[in-house]
Design a protein around this ligand. Structure first.
Ligand SMILES: *[C@@H]1O[C@H](CO)[C@@H](O)[C@H](O)[C@H]1NC(C)=O
Ligand SMILES: *[C@@H]1O[C@H](CO)[C@@H](O)[C@H](O)[C@H]1NC(C)=O
Length: 433
């Protein structure tokens, strides 16, 4: 009997030892995209996003400047009962000039329904599925993607999961001034981003600012138009959307956020419209984490945290997703640097697979609020089951299959005493001029 127990203990120790000795695979190369001749009117880099209640925005690029910005769509293949005409834009950046960037809003669309569509009146047919109008709903989350072998593996793993909406907390293409890389990124993500809405916010790699020559976010704003007008924002760098009982706020870490800024005023106005009876879940995304125990980018989010955390706390935000640090970390519910049952869970998920590699060094000792941290590439899945319960899982890529490495159930603050207690404080803050 005792011998058996000792054996079991030994085996357990061995198992633990094996995980600790786990050797991380090396970085992977940037993907190469061989040039191939395409008809100039061929729709390329097709991606979609939510654009207000029951509507989607379809975006694509053609080299042909005369190609129309029209989307035809319907509920059965090759049978387009509807069509919608949008607009187009172009930009130039140093010596580069973009193709014609089209965007068209389609709808009203039925919920949880597959639509078939084509762009510009020709070319291949694409399929998209609209999100459900009620729980359950599943989000895929991955930031700091880039375009390396690891990005490809992250995307392949996301593709295997059943999800409704992709959320990306900044750093998309890692084009880093080389505009052609925005095109190859569009090509890389098209299979996923043409099928499910991609809701993104900006990171430092989207800035591409060159003093006296190029403004910030020129390419990002032209190519990845998000529903900011639909959410009463004046900037593509921050906006919100609602889907199936979830209110999601996308903030900008690289635009003004102090209490006199437009973004701050917009955030206050947006929070004042949140009705937790309609959207029991409140989620926020931005690029630079506020709770980060990695050595990388330490303290960079502090100013934004000081300015905006009290608002998010009073509003009872459930989850905050950030990127920037190329690793994964999950906090307890936390506020003002300490665990707090009325604060948000902060999840850093800047580990999509970019070419800069992983951020391996953590601060010791681990802060009290840090529950799980690991430097591996991967993606997350958030399944919101009902108005009170959601299941979060993080899947690391390293084993070339999506290994579920961290998971937990989270309950929303809706209906908790936190919202009731902080309610008056929030109202006071929202009413301040
Ligand atoms: C095309 O779609 C319409 C409307 O959805 C439908 O009534 C019609 O039967 C479809 N035609 C074919 C050939 O599938
Ligand atoms: C919500 O889902 C959780 C987990 O499945 C379950 O325990 C709970 O009873 C559900 N609540 C409601 C109101 O359905």
């Amino acid at each position: 009997m005792e011998l058996k127990l000792i054996l079991v203990l030994l085996l357990l120790l061995l198992a633990v030892g094996a995980t600790a000795d786990y050797v991380r695979p090396p970085p992977r190369k940037t993907l190469s995209f061989p040039w191939s001749k395409k008809p100039s009117s061929l729709p390329q880099q097709v991606h979609i996003s939510l654009a207000g209640d029951k509507h989607m925005r379809i975006m694509w690029v053609t080299n042909d400047k005369n190609s129309p910005s029209i989307v035809e769509y319907g509920k059965s293949p090759n049978n387009y009962s509807f069509s919608s005409e949008g607009e187009s834009t172009r930009y130039s950046y140093l010596l580069y000039s973009s193709g014609k960037i089209h965007h068209a809003v389609i709808g009203p669309l039925e919920d949880d329904t597959t639509y078939f569509y084509r762009c510009g009146g020709e070319g291949p047919e694409f399929q998209l599925k609209t999100p459900p109008s009620q729980f359950p709903i599943t989000f895929a989350v991955a930031g700091d993607l880039g375009q390396t072998g690891w990005t490809k593996s992250t995307l392949d793993h996301i593709d295997q999961c059943k999800y409704d909406v992709h959320m990306l907390p900044g750093d998309l293409s890692y084009a880093d001034y080389i505009q052609r890389r925005w095109d190859t990124f569009g090509e890389l993500v098209q299979p996923l981003a043409s099928a499910r809405p991609w809701m993104v916010t900006q990171g430092n790699h989207e800035k591409e600012h060159i003093p006296f020559l190029e403004d910030s976010f020129v390419s990002y704003n032209s190519r990845w138009k998000m529903p900011y007008e639909e959410s009463a924002s004046s900037s593509n760098l921050y906006y919100s959307f609602e889907v199936a009982g979830v209110h999601v706020i996308m903030l900008g870490s690289y635009t003004d956020y102090d209490e006199y800024s437009d973004q701050y005023a917009w955030l206050k106005a947006d929070l004042s419209k949140v009705d937790r009876k309609r959207t029991p879940w409140l989620i926020v995304l931005f690029h630079v984490p506020w709770y980060n125990s990695n050595e990388a980018h330490q303290g960079e989010g502090d100013n934004m945290k000081t300015a905006m955390e009290p608002l998010l706390y009073a509003a009872g935000v459930d989850i905050v997703f950030a990127g920037h640090v190329h690793a994964y970390e999950r906090s307890s519910r936390v506020y003002n640097g300490k665990s707090d049952p009325c604060g948000a869970v902060h999840i850093t998920i800047g580990d999509g697979g970019n070419r800069e590699g992983l951020a391996r060094k953590y601060k010791e000792p681990k802060p009290e609020w840090s529950v799980f941290r690991e430097a591996s590439f991967g993606h997350g899945e958030l399944k919101i089951v009902n108005s009170t319960h959601a299941f979060w899982s993080w899947h690391r890529n390293d084993d070339d299959e999506p290994v579920r490495s961290d998971q937990f159930w989270i309950t929303s603050l809706f209906g908790s005493s936190c919202c009731a207690e902080n309610g008056p404080e929030l109202r006071k803050m929202l009413l301040e001029p």
